[in-house]
Design a protein around this ligand. Structure first.
Ligand code: FBP
Length: 546
């Protein structure tokens, strides 16, 4: 066995908590029929077999008796802390129904199902990964499951392995695919159930039924530890402005949560930038004003948090990206393999106002917007160095103001991008329990014959015993959106709500934080100790549920 740290060894002994309802046999209590969040008519037509199903809650009761069965699992998309605990929860749940049940993991994401690459998850293997971060037990991948050919290849291996149900652990795009697969197998009467599980550090897979996506808690705590450390350094040396970009793709939930935890001088929120129709220059002026105001008080240092997707929310750039997406989806553009040709092609095919925006951007940013999308059609925002772009533009603005005679102080900068540092962190107590419960709960959805459902655990700001377990039809979260140039059914992404409690609290404090040095230093995640230190959920969830 590979050598492990003392912390990992001690952590392996941790038994994650389960909601009371899942601690013994359960019955599924059905609520009312559901509707999709948008385009009800179209979604119903696209998902005739899985549309309108009721929300389910599990309560103690007589579990239906079942023949032994096997289950498959896929980790899809970006890593998020707690993935191994979803698998261990599912493993223990499936074995509790019958010790002869088997769990198979498909290797490196949905591609493993299509290419028939899999492994059995044995008790010995599982024990090495309990309460650890990462997705390395079976690996993850971003292959998009959407073609009939892929579904048919999938069913071959599922049948060969006697798999009754497939659990797909993923974000909004992967759960959209899970829903399409569930519908396809139901329509074909293949007898294989598909269950989704809400994962993503981005925190944007949430709605009335899903309180939070797993991994958000641990990732934000990890980034907040690092931001806190930088703020201590910043307040010790008092000579740099730190520009810190944070992962999160489109939504600003991570940046906002880290701001609530650390109280930086500035935190940009993309959703607000869009709502206020701010230009890039407006964003730069906002930061430069705060820098100059602090300089006037002798503070030539500070911290700026930047959500990685901000560029997409500046209205002119958003409009440009929408047209680039359409142009890039055309067969002519798809046939071009060389980056220079692709850029020349888009420049000659976009509207004049978009071309103007395109040409106003630094070449590296423009190129990133015009080049490859990820398999789901998203701009790869993690590759755009917004932290450097913004600090460069703020420096230029301050230099301009200086020439005009305004006092701007000194402006030394440091740049950071936090994303990969937190995605595989060992899960916090919250994520360890939440993920284990999500996985265990998935086994109960399977045992109750459900398909096209997402595993959900609610009431999570309360002690775990009081958590509510159940399932939500994935179609309930869907609407139609344009992807790769075509209208597609997708799960609606949850962006930061400007009238929600987390943003409102932040907005009420940010002017004070901008001027003063009101830093909070959250420190590292703790697993043992007083509950207020070890078991706190995110500030976002606490404010939302207050
Ligand atoms: P998921 O949406 O798949 O959970 O991934 C989230 C994320 O970590 C984003 O925050 C980030 O923009 C992206 O993945 C980076 O992708 P990659 O892992 O392919 O570099």
């Amino acid at each position: 066995m590979a050598e492990i740290s003392a912390l990992q060894a001690a952590r392996a002994q941790y038994q994650p908590k389960l909601p009371k309802a899942l601690q013994g046999p359960v019955v599924a209590v059905e609520g009312k029929a559901t509707e999709s969040v948008g385009n009800q008519k179209e979604i119903k037509e696209l998902f005739p077999n899985t549309y309108g199903m009721p929300v389910i809650t599990f309560e103690p009761g007589d579990q239906p008796k079942l023949e032994p069965f096997n289950v498959g699992i896929i980790l899809s998309g970006g890593q998020a802390p707690g993935g191994h605990n979803v698998i261990s929860g599912l493993f223990d749940g499936v074995k509790s129904l019958n010790p002869n049940n088997k769990l198979y993991g498909f290797i490196l994401g949905p591609g493993g199902l299509v290419d028939h690459k899999y492994m059995e998850i044995t008790p010995e293997l599982m024990d090495q990964y309990r309460n650890t971060g990462g997705f390395d037990i079976i690996g993850s991948g971003r292959t998009k499951l959407e073609e009939v050919d892929q579904f048919e290849k999938g069913i071959q291996i599922l049948r060969e392995l006697g798999i009754k149900a497939l659990v797909i652990i993923g974000g909004d795009d992967s759960n959209t695919n899970a829903c399409v697969l569930a519908e396809y197998y139901a329509a074909k009467k293949y007898g294989v159930q598909v269950i989704g599980c809400p994962k993503t550090i981005d925190g944007d897979l949430k709605n009335e039924q899903i309180e939070t996506s797993f991994g958000f808690d641990t990732a934000c705590k990890t980034y907040s530890e690092l931001i806190g450390n930088i703020q201590r350094d910043c307040n010790s040396a008092r000579k740099y402005w730190h520009f810190i970009k944070l992962m999160g793709r489109s939504a600003s939930h991570i940046a906002l949560e880290c701001a609530l935890q650390c109280q930086p001088n500035i935190c940009l929120v993309s959703e607000e930038v869009e709502a206020k129709a701010m230009s890039l220059d407006d964003v730069v002026t906002y930061i430069a004003n705060a820098v100059a105001a602090r300089a006037a008080e002798g503070n030539n240092f500070g911290t700026v948090l930047i959500p990685e997707g901000i560029i997409e929310f500046i209205p002119a750039i958003k409009k440009l990206i929408a047209e680039l997406n359409d142009v890039l989806a055309t067969p002519e553009a798809q046939a071009l393999s060389n980056a220079d040709e692709q850029i020349a092609y888009v420049k000659s095919h976009i509207a004049a106002d978009n071309l103007k925006t395109f040409e106003s951007l630094p070449a590296d940013v423009a190129a990133q917007l015009a080049l490859d999308r990820d398999p789901h059609g998203n701009v790869q925002v993690s590759l755009i160095e917004t932290e450097k772009l913004l600090s460069r533009m703020v420096a230029a603005k301050l230099a301009e103001w200086k020439k005009e005679g305004k006092y701007v102080g000194k402006f030394g900068t440091q740049h950071h991008f936090f994303g990969y540092e937190g995605r595989c962190a060992a899960p916090s107590n919250y994520d360890a329990d939440y993920c284990y419960s999500l996985g265990y709960n998935a086994s109960r959805l399977i045992a109750n014959g459900k398909t096209g459902y997402m595993s959900v655990i609610k009431n999570t700001t309360k002690p775990a015993a009081e958590w509510i377990a159940g399932g939500v039809p994935i179609t309930m979260m869907m609407n139609l959106e344009k992807r790769n140039g075509k209208m597609k059914p997708v799960i609606r992404k949850a962006l930061v709500e400007l009238d929600g409690a987390p943003f409102k609290y932040f907005a009420s404090k940010r002017d004070e934080w901008a001027k003063q040095t009101a830093y909070v230093y959250p420190g590292p995640i703790q697993y043992w100790g007083p509950s207020e230190v070890c078991d706190q959920t995110t500030k976002t969830l606490q404010l939302e549920q207050a």
